[in-house]
Design a protein around this ligand. Structure first.
Ligand code: NAD
Length: 413
């Protein structure tokens, strides 16, 4: 199959490209490198050095013996999106090219607006270009489990049967997102559901749990590793905990630490996306997969990190700062996730095994963590008006020359 990946240069797009190529699919990429710029904007960088995309293409050629065609451009420009789809006519499009950080969307009005405009407009451009240039292609759209929030009932895969005042229907399950970013994903889901109906498109909306890990089986060379973000804006809780343990900082689950979320290892996330691509939805069908393996509380992540760090001879400790987010710190959480298993999905990685592997990789890049150690602790609050000032102070600290930091082996643009 020919698969077009939007956001191919990102955390999950890059490993997905390697995985699909190694399984015999043709892959075409699209990206505008905005994540690299936005991570720099908050004074941070990926702990794993990320080669330029041209270097990534040469590595694919050299190590996998494959071609990786690429279009640099912004999904916010319809002429670009339409031209790429007309030229490539892919069988499937995996759409990952969105602003994906909840804290980034909460910085101020401008970041909230950028997040919602970029995400919704990019998706609308894609569905219109699909209608006109590749109406039989299958859109695999990356959503998030965060769209559902944490309701006090089980969470179905997208739709549920409801009886209300004596009448019954099958309806989309209510969404209760917890950031402007998560609301942008809700709006996307509504738009993709509607587009599949009016344009007769095939669509799979993947409610993705939080992904963890830096490598997959295809990454046989260190230069192929994906990005590892660890700052408060771009790093997940688990990434920040591991970075904190490596840096000798306290591991900091926010608030009570009993917030529960669904998680999936990177290797299993790319397996799931491949299965969705290889088993397309029908024409006019909009289907929803809840894509995660296991649910963990933030405290469980902190304890797993603490235990493995101790085994590795580090001296971690756990502290609980106030939660900067507005969210339930204790709640029921029981999402259903059966549809992927029905396609043959099998869990291959366990949390503790992957965390150990992440420590091994990160200890190698300890100096890159050290050089940005001030970006890990939270400054962005969901209600605070002084977020930009706090961030500016941190960015200024990042531009101070790091002490004895050697040049990174490859450029993180
Ligand atoms: N990483 C996770 O744990 C996770 C969890 C749930 C959902 N998701 C979703 O998965 C998708 C990918 O996430 P990720 O972690 O790989 O993010 P990422 O930021 O690392 O990758 C996204 C890529 O898309 C590119 N991009 C963004 N906007 C673009 C635009 N308008 N035009 C062209 N390129 C653009 C970026 O430059 C980047 O390379 C996102 O939609 C995100 O919401 C991720």
């Amino acid at each position: 199959m020919k698969v077009l990946i939007t956001g191919i240069d990102g955390y999950s797009g890059w490993p997905l490209a390697l995985h699909l190529l190694s399984r015999g699919h043709d892959v075409v990429g699209v990206d505008n490198f905005v994540t690299r710029r936005r991570v720099r904007e908050v004074g941070s960088w990926s702990a794993t050095p990320i080669p330029s995309f041209a270097q990534r293409q040469s590595l694919v050629n050299q190590l996998l013996g494959k071609e990786l065609p690429f279009h640099r451009g912004d999904l916010g420009r319809y002429d670009f999106v339409a031209r790429v789809l007309e030229e490539e006519r892919p069988d499937a499009i995996v759409h990952l090219a969105e602003q994906r950080s909840a804290p980034y969307s909460m910085i101020d009005v401008h970041h909230a607006v950028t997040t919602q405009v970029d995400n919704v407009v990019g998706t609308l451009h894609l569905v219109y270009a699909m209608r006109d240039h590749c109406p039989d292609a299958h859109l695999v759209k990356m959503g998030t489990m965060g769209e559902y929030g944490t309701p006090n009932v089980d969470i179905p895969e997208g739709f549920f049967e409801i009886e209300y005042r004596g009448r019954q229907d099958r309806l989309p399950f209510p969404r209760q997102a917890g950031s402007w970013y998560h609301w942008s994903k809700v709006f996307d889901s509504g738009d993709v559901m509607f587009a599949s109906k009016i344009f007769d498109l095939r669509a799979t909306d993947v409610m993705q749990g939080v992904i963890y890990g830096i490598r997959t089986a295809e990454m046989t060379d260190r230069r192929l590793l994906t990005r590892f973000d660890f700052d408060e804006t771009w790093g997940t809780a688990l990434n920040r905990f591991i970075a904190q343990a490596v840096l000798g900082l306290p591991i900091t689950p926010y608030g009570k630490g009993e917030q529960i979320r669904g998680f999936i290892a990177l290797e299993d996330s790319v397996q799931s996306l491949r299965l969705a691509v290889e088993h397309p939805a029908d024409r006019g069908e909009y289907r929803v997969f809840n894509q995660f393996d296991a649910a963990y509380s933030v405290n469980q992540l902190a304890e797993t990190t603490h235990q493995i760090a101790t085994e590795l001879g580090l001296s971690p400790r756990i502290e609980h700062p106030p939660d900067p987010r507005i969210e339930a710190e204790q709640h029921y959480y029981a999402p259903i996730h059966e549809r992927l298993y029905a396609l043959g999905y099998q869990r291959t990685r366990e949390l503790s095994e992957v965390v150990r592997e992440m420590f091994t990789d990160l200890l190698r890049y300890r100096r890159r963590l050290e050089a940005r150690r001030h970006v890990v602790m939270p400054t962005i609050g969901w209600r605070r008006a002084d977020n930009p000032a706090a961030l500016n102070a941190r960015v200024a600290a990042s531009s101070a020359p790091p002490s004895a930091e050697p040049p990174p082996p490859v450029q993180d643009r």
